[in-house]
Ligand binder design. Structure first.
Ligand SMILES: [Zn+2]
Length: 268
């Protein structure tokens, strides 16, 4: 049994065949799916899916790429929506230094807002962390800001979550562990020459959850196509190969990790 901890199934690219996508996920024994938010309308779209399908859960936050145009009302709406029982995490928040560097400070302010919100609501925090290849400025800022906020918090033990789409560097996995964060592994693990196998081979399975990031980053043998939740199985199989253990063990531990983190229970 698997859990896809990160899938944007409410996007238009699934509008035509969502029932079939969910059916294939169940057939692949993907028993729960968590839908990260991008902006306020996406949270409501995710709610509609939660109401329609069993074991589908929502998150609430503003994606770093949408904070530039976000208003104070949007932040207030996110905070209010966190009290909805369908919301199991604050996400996806984080920092994206890949595209536009003209609003780093705004991204960092909203990131801090999300950290405080997650602590206040007792929800896990799901982070998008992206930089240019071979540059780790964003990783250093993520760790610095999390440490600062943790230090300033009166409930630092409540800070936990996922570094979503983990692709390295190795030191960042150690920082995650120190900060109480899990690593979300997805399709990149199946890509040839990603270099991720070497890092992942040393990771304790207790620190890992699985994800697709659908419709993006489809794993082999579907690389380049639309990704969907059923394909999280390819990630599980590759992880089992890399760690030289039975896939059942990967399923058992990563599902348990996700259930604990999100406070959900899925009985197949
Ligand atoms: Zn995402």
């Amino acid at each position: 049994m698997l859990i896809d901890t990160h899938a944007h199934l409410y996007l238009d690219r699934f509008a035509e065949d969502l029932d079939a996508v969910l059916k294939r996920a169940r057939e692949a024994d993907v028993q729960a799916i968590v839908l990260p938010a991008i902006d306020v309308p996406s949270i409501h779209k995710a709610f509609a899916l939660c109401d329609r399908y069993e074991h589908v859960y929502a998150m609430a936050a503003l994606h770093p790429s949408s904070v530039q145009e976000a208003t104070p009302d949007d932040l207030e709406a996110v905070a209010v929506l966190c009290d909805d029982p369908r919301v199991v995490a604050v996400g996806e928040s984080g920092l994206d230094y890949y595209w536009d560097r003209s609003f780093d400070e705004r991204q960092q302010d909203v990131f801090r807002f999300h950290i405080r919100l997650a602590i206040a609501k007792g929800l896990p925090l799901i982070l998008h962390i992206r930089d240019k290849r071979d540059r780790d400025e964003v990783h250093r800022d993520i760790v610095r800001i999390l440490r600062e906020e943790k230090e300033a918090s009166d409930a630092p033990e409540r800070l936990r979550g996922i570094f979503h789409c983990f692709t390295g560097p190795a030191w960042f996995a150690e920082a995650a562990e120190e900060l109480g964060f899990l690593l979300g592994l997805g399709g990149v693990l199946t890509f040839k020459n990603s270099g991720l196998d070497a890092i992942v081979a040393d990771l304790p399975l207790e620190q890992v959850v699985l994800e697709t990031d659908a419709p993006y980053l489809a794993p082999e043998p579907h690389r380049g196509q639309r990704n969907e939740s059923a394909y999280v199985r390819f990630v599980a199989e590759r992880l089992a190969e890399v760690k030289e253990m039975p896939v059942e063990e990967v399923e058992r531990v990563t599902t348990h990790n996700a259930e604990q983190l999100f406070g959900i229970e899925v009985n197949a």
